[in-house]
Each structure stands twice: as structure tokens, then as C-alpha cells.
Design a protein around this ligand. Sequence first.
Ligand SMILES: [Zn+2]
Length: 360
Amino acid sequence: MSIAFGAPGRYIQGPGELLRLPEHSGTYGDRVFAIIDTYFYKELSGRLAEAYRSKGGTISCVEFAGEITKEVIGRFRDMAEGACVIIGIGGGKTLDTAKALAAELSASLIVAPTSASTDAPTSAMSVIYNDNHEHDDVYYYVKNPDLVLVDSQIIADAPVRFLAAGMGDALATVYEARATLATGSPNYINQETGPYLGTRTAVAIAELCGDIVFEYGEAAREANEAHVVSEALEAVIEANTLMSGLGFENVGCAASHVICNGISATPEGDKALHGEKVAYGILCQLMAEGNTQELAKVREFYRKVGLPLTLADLGVPATEENLRIISSDTKNTEWTREPFEMDDEKVYQVVCAVERLGKD
Ligand SMILES: [Zn+2]
């Protein structure tokens, strides 16, 4: 199999970068359409309009709230007709909507995450849901965002829980990369002409991602609590966003993300953040791999930064029914990217073992 690598065109990270959007978007064109998360809409739409006005330009801003569905994407596409730069500002769903719009309009794409909670910003894909918040589809695009713009001060002002969740998603990158590598499984690049294996470059990025999170995670959490943009926080923002994003897309996911999806399928599965569920998934993956040394290291780290050790920590009761949902459909998921045979019963036993350990 050949190897392949994909990445955003540019990545810029630092305090105050969001209000420099007029300069950043000017590189790509002057008809600018921004989708802004409902939480930030009121404040940012006004400040951005002012920033553009002061540079002699304009920006159309619309509010994003709710779910990313095919219908919602269609509605925004009609509003954005004629735009040559699409900007998404907010969380994963807002950014994924902006990606879909830019692809449909063949417009340039700027993605500005307002938290470092997932590694979605850099990737060339969107996860689509239906009105019942159930997973519907995944859209793959021919290119990654043209610019990923991360304003560190906005991340520093976001709730600490988001940063911790992002560390969970980032840590999974290294363990899933190792599994993917061991099984020679393909990555997510250029699905149209794939499959391809990950590059050595991507594997190195995934490993560095894990190192940075372990080294700076605790200090970054403290900085976030104090709303201070420190070196440690900058390092973890880069790990959570750029390294984790490049890592997962260019190497591939494995068991940690399957467990996350399983938790999402339980009735209480929407209480926790993606990265928190993935963090729990890491515990299950390492347990399944029999990697007790790494499991102990990860659990110690979780205690320091506030990541879950049990399903109860995620707001999900460890009922027999939920455990069965989490360990179902093993044969058709990324469990097959682990270097050993798994079935539903074995996964069930693994989750039970993680629960027992968590209660100690
Ligand atoms: Zn993830």
C-alpha cells in the first residue's frame, strides 16, 4: 500500500488572532460569510463587523445553534450563495458545518475553534447527524481547511473542562496510531483514491502529541483555570488541535473511538464531551491490549487533569444494558484495527474490568 499525508494549508495560533480575521480572510477573497456558534454570536458578530469596517470590508455573520444536519447545511448554503470565503467560529458542529458549506460552494475555508476540546478543526471531514442527534453520515472533502486559526486567549477563557476533554482526544491519537501501525490499517486521507498507509511523519506527530499532553497537561489546566496564556497552555492547544488532528487523520483511529461511539449510543451518552468519552475509551483499549504499565500512567494523569475513570464519571450508569450497548458490533468497527481478535463478549469483559479498576 502507498502512503499519504494531508494537512490544512495554514495553521496560526496565538492570543488575539481572531480579531485579525480581516487580514487573514483578505488573503482568500473579500466576500466573507461566517457561521458563529450561538454562545459567541452576540459578542463576536458585532466585534468582527467593526473589525472589517475599520479595514474597509464587510462580513456576513449568521448564528449556528443546534444540530448539524443535511437540511441545516442546505439552509446555510442558500444564505452563503456568492461568498468566496467561508469562516466557521465555534465548536465541532459549527466548524463541520462551515466545512460542508465551503466544499459545496467551492469557497476558501477558515476554521476558528473556540475551545481546544477536539481535533476536528484541521480535518477534511464532517460528521453529520439527524434531528434526533443520531449519527447520520460522514462527509469527506478533497482538501483540509485553508486556514486553521486558533486564538489562544479565547481558549484560555473557555471552561477548563473543554481543554481536559481535548487532552483525552489527543492522548487517544498516540495509542490508536500504535494499534493502526501494528495492524497495517489505512488512514483517512484521500478516500476517493485510497486506501493509504500513514507516513512516518504522521506517526512521529502522533507520538509527540502524547508526549506534550503528558508533559504540559497539568500546567496547562492551571493556566486555563487562571485564564492565562502560558507556554504550557500554548503547547497543549497545539497538541489538542494540530498534532491530534494531523495524527488521527493521517494514521487512523482504533478502539478508543469505538468505545466513545458506544457510550454515545447509550441513553445518557450525550452528557459527556467527545474527548471525555474517548478518554474512557483509552482505558478500555489499554485494558484490552493488556498494557498495564501505560494504563497506570494514563489513570494517574486523568486524576490530575480531571478525566473520567468510570462510566459514572461520564454521567452514564454502568447498567448491564449500557455495558452491552458499549460492547456491541465489535466485528464491524475499528476494533478490527487492534492487533488481536475481539468480539462483543470480550469487549464487555474489558469494560467490566475498567469499571472494577475505576471503583478501587
Ligand atoms: Zn476524536
